[in-house]
Design a protein around this ligand. Structure first.
Ligand code: PLP
Length: 367
């Protein structure tokens, strides 16, 4: 929890006058939505970003009144609930705007919406050349206020030129809208990778997820900010050594017999597997920390257990802690590293940790 508090302070520093939409989708990137939402409420986020209405409801359950932005599109049958729960929709089409306008009138309320412009992500948003006509049209719709204008970068971590093109396209729309007397309380584009390179530009808010949790997205562009070195991973993922034994030379390890011993080896059986969200793709590739030492995984990760080579940790005993993510002794395994071993991204590593794994909150319970 202290790492999270520190990360939030750094993000606020980097965002300067900009406001922060903290992204807490997918159970706050696997960290546990309720606890993280409570901590954010105490440490001053400006808005929450969620992927669906269940997540919005969970936040409402922690504390009333916080602005919540739905980052995904609302399904037609979710509009009623979104309006009732005062969740701000991200709009990409006139049809969506009309549903919200009608529902707002039906419920006798006002919907605050964010219009997304598709500057190159090819996911949500209106086309660049349709943005201005859309804004003019939407202004006529009763019960609806466009309080936000936003876009999303497709390759902020490695493609400076494309990101710049997206940004220029977005800036032109913001400027044109302002020239017509429209103004927006919230103008935002940068996810974590975007924030590392260009905190605000002409925006007045940022939308970080991964950085909040202290994980710096792997980037191919040269970093100018010192932010990356200041953030601390909030999450440590541990299991235990349940059995230690020696296998003879020639023995094979785990399902499919993908690892064969060339010599006698002391191995440890660990109490976690893919049923806990540890990637099966880590089989024969990843390392874990036992006794403060890097120990390679042997053979396939199974549902509930996996086997490690304990040559580097000869003192290891049943009951010892094994660290899957985080620090032990002088060593550290990061989500970026584990993702790299498995051919995936740190976002997936974190959000895949299943609910079988108890979350313990150190450094002060927030909720
Ligand atoms: C998930 C998401 C973010 C946060 O992304 P990070 O890379 O984790 O910072 C920002 N904006 C939108 C629209 C998202 O869906």
């Amino acid at each position: 929890m202290n790492a999270l508090r520190g990360n939030l302070a750094w993000l606020r520093h980097v965002a300067g006058r900009g406001r922060i939409i903290t992204v807490v989708k997918a159970d706050a990137y696997g960290h546990g939505l309720r606890q993280i939402a409570a901590l954010l409420m105490q440490n001053g986020t400006d808005m929450f970003g969620v992927a669906n209405l269940d997540e919005a409801r969970a936040i409402r359950g922690v504390g009333a009144g916080w602005p919540i932005l739905m980052l995904g599109a609302c399904l037609p049958d979710e509009v009623k609930t979104a309006v009732r729960d005062q969740v701000r929709p991200t709009l990409s089409s006139l049809a969506e705007a009309q549903w919200f306008s009608e529902e707002a009138q039906r419920q006798g309320t006002l919907v605050r919406a964010h219009l997304k412009v598709d500057t190159g992500m090819g996911r949500l948003g209106v086309a660049v050349n349709e943005a201005l006509p859309f804004l003019r049209r939407i202004k006529q719709l009763p019960g609806l206020v466009v309080e936000g204008l936003c876009t999303h970068f497709a390759a902020a971590e490695d493609d400076a030129r494309f990101t710049r093109r997206q940004q220029i396209a977005f800036e032109k729309i913001v400027a044109a809208a302002k020239a017509e007397g429209m103004d927006f309380e919230w103008i935002h584009a940068s996810n974590s990778a975007g924030l590392l390179f260009q905190p605000l530009a002409t925006c007045n808010a940022v939308r970080p997820g991964l950085l909040v949790y202290g994980v710096v997205p792997p980037v191919k562009r040269a970093l100018r900010t010192k932010l990356a070195g200041q953030l601390q991973p909030a999450l440590t993922w541990k299991c235990r050594v349940s059995l230690v034994k020696t296998l003879p030379s020639g023995a094979s390890v785990s399902y499919g017999r993908t690892f064969r011993l060339k010599q006698r080896l002391r191995v440890g059986v660990l109490t976690a597997g893919y049923g806990d969200g540890y990637p099966r793709a880590a089989s024969n590739r990843a390392q874990v920390l036992v006794g403060g030492q890097m120990c390679p995984l042997l053979g396939r990760v199974t549902m509930d257990q996996m086997i490690v080579d304990l040559s580097a940790a000869p003192e290891a005993q049943p009951g010892d802690e094994a660290v899957l993510l985080g620090r032990q002794g002088g060593e550290e395994i990061t989500a970026v590293q584990l993702a790299g071993w498995c051919g995936t991204v740190p976002w997936e590593v974190l959000t895949n940790i299943t609910h079988r794994v108890p979350r313990l909150y150190l450094g002060g319970h927030a909720a």
